[in-house]
Design a protein around this ligand. Structure first.
Ligand code: NDP
Length: 245
């Protein structure tokens, strides 16, 4: 038996990752915050692949939300945790971004990722009775681009995620746990519409060296490979999947 947790697993990249991990035979625990219809739809799709799927509605910016995510998972069955939940809320220079929004962005994209990784390590560590496993952190191309004029606070949070991948990967290598990252470029999901600029993907696609936005399934393929035994010698590093950007 093998269980995979995917945060933000009910829409966009997370839903595509859920589908890929279900195809690989993992039972799923999918976290989400509010969109019940999307959650039920993904659960139905993955259950049709023959795996179990537990939905956990939890705001991961709260300690209770992080605890709820792990509450019903047997530690010795947990093999994969995908730290995917993330968001940015508008495009604006930092000076024009409300402080509350800066804090919320860093809370979700960085603090919750660190706390979810902490719980994962506690469950998976061999010295604590776990069986080892893989933590996949979803970063962003923004972590290295810096995204001036758009969302430097989000970029800074994602740079923190890359450092989490590097540092924690080294810290727990002896515990049978790999920690890897995927940094997506421009991916066509709802995230862009929720920032109030729904035309952004079409406008930016020509600037990508490969000439198009990526699909959520292309990020899911990278995550599934990194989470598999084929990537058994890969840890403490982040793979950029960004069409060359
Ligand atoms: P979506 O907006 O499509 O989906 C976000 C998911 O995260 C949803 O399932 C949502 O749940 C969940 N979520 C949001 N806030 C919270 C919260 N406070 N607590 C728990 N869950 C929450 O995003 P994408 O699929 O586009 O993005 C996924 C990841 O990829 C993010 O980390 C993002 O930063 C990163 N990324 C995306 C890029 C892109 O171009 N799309 C580019 C680079 C990185 P619900 O629907 O219930 O609110």
């Amino acid at each position: 038996m093998s269980t995979a947790i995917v945060t933000g697993g009910t829409r966009g990249i997370g839903a595509a990752v859920a589908q890929r991990l279900a195809s690989a035979g993992h039972d799923l625990v999918l976290g989400y915050r509010s969109d019940e219809d999307a959650a039920q739809a993904v659960a139905e799709r993955v259950r049709a692949l023959g795996v179990t799927c537990t939905l956990v509605r939890a705001d991961l910016t709260t300690d209770a939300g992080v605890a709820d995510l792990f509450a019903d998972v047997a530690g010795d069955q947990l093999r994969v945790v995908v730290n995917n939940a993330g968001a940015t809320y508008r495009f604006a220079p930092l000076a024009g971004t409300p402080a509350e929004e800066v804090r919320r962005t860093i809370d979700l994209n960085l603090t919750s990722a660190v706390l979810v990784a902490q719980q994962a390590v506690r469950s998976m560590s061999r010295s604590r009775g776990g069986q080892g496993g893989v933590i996949v952190n979803i970063s962003s191309g923004a972590a290295t681009l810096g995204s001036p004029g758009e969302y430097v606070h989000y970029a800074a949070a994602k740079a923190g995620v890359d450092t989490l991948t590097r540092g924690l990967g080294l810290e727990v290598a002896g515990e049978g746990i790999r920690v890897v990252g995927v940094a997506p470029g421009l991916i066509d999901t709802d995230l862009h519409a929720t920032t109030g600029d729904p035309g952004r993907v079409a406008r930016m696609a020509p600037q990508i060296p490969l000439g198009r936005a990526g699909a959520a399934s292309e990020i899911a393929d990278a995550v599934a490979w990194l989470a598999s035994d084929e990537a058994a010698y890969v840890t403490a590093t982040t793979l950029r999947v960004a069409g060359g950007r």
